[in-house]
Design a binder for this molecule. Structure first.
Ligand code: GTP
Ligand code: MG
Length: 240
């Protein structure tokens, strides 16, 4: 069983070294599966790439590598990274490690149990979350909208902590079309649910301390527009 863990990274000079080191230390304690960590960068203009080069020189290539992808967004980088290697399980998680790493084995176990996707959720009764009220409100409204538009029965769409099986990568992820910011998460969940795939939600411990780098209204309008595009594409059979 091979697990590919992808961390998308854009201008992360302040934390990328510490994150890679922590994740590698954690993975080295895991037993029962092979893994590889891949940092998917694209176009950072700070010292991220320089630091990643240093890390590559220090770490065994079988366990760690980074690549600068031509993608233009977080989702684009994750998709290209997932398609760049053969594995049995594909994971992505955010560079700030806002989801507690202790949940990583739960993603792997869920896929081994036969689920097609296993996703972290900040919205289940057992989730342990410290986030601003504003962010909770935004993600609550967003989840409600997708529920209304697509009858999607998932509590948290955009948590940056997900795993898919190789079959899901080939059937669903390859077909995603709208990759601005982190929208692929939503699009792949919609497609998976339309296809009747099995999705497991894992309540996570989430700490999000850093200030958002996105402009609120730009992201909200882009995500709503993308949802309408997915609706339209589904009606036109463009995912077939
Ligand atoms: N490769 C790549 N990674 C990105 C890009 N934008 C963001 N990321 C990474 O995506 C992850 C999540 O980024 P955050 O800045 O925390 O954004 P978010 O979690 O989507 O949104 P908030 O935290 O709610 O602001 C981090 O690992 C970022 O480095 C991008 O354009 N390309
Ligand atoms: Mg974040």
């Amino acid at each position: 069983m091979k697990v590919l863990i992808v961390i998308p990274a854009y201008n992360e000079e302040e934390l990328i070294r510490q994150t890679v080191t922590r994740v590698l230390d954690f993975l080295r304690q895991q037993r029962g599966y092979d893994w590889r960590l891949l940092v998917a960068e694209n176009g950072s203009c700070d010292r991220t790439v320089e630091i990643l080069r240093e890390l590559s020189a220090e770490q065994p290539p079988a366990q760690f590598r980074f690549e600068s992808f031509p993608a233009r967004s977080k989702s684009g980088a994750i998709k290209q990274a997932w398609l760049s290697e053969d594995a049995d399980i594909y994971i992505h998680m955010d560079a700030d490690l806002s989801t507690n790493l202790a949940h990583l084995p739960e993603l792997v176990e869920g896929i081994c149990e036969g689920f097609d996707m296993v996703i972290g959720s900040r919205c289940l009764p057992q989730s342990d979350v410290e986030r601003s009220g504003r962010r909770n409100l935004i993600s609550g409204g967003y989840n409600l909208l997708t529920r209304l538009l697509f009858s999607l029965n998932v509590s948290d769409l955009q948590c940056g902590f997900k795993a898919v099986s190789r079959g899901t990568r080939d059937e669903i992820v390859r077909r995603t079309r709208h990759l601005s910011e982190g929208f692929m998460d939503t699009e792949m969940l919609i497609l998976a649910s339309v296809k009747g795939l099995r999705i497991k939600e894992v309540p996570v411990c989430w700490r999000d301390e850093r200030k958002t780098r996105f402009n609120f209204w730009t992201v909200v309008s882009q995500f709503i527009l993308n949802m309408l595009r997915v609706k339209f594409d589904l009606l036109r059979g463009r995912y077939e």
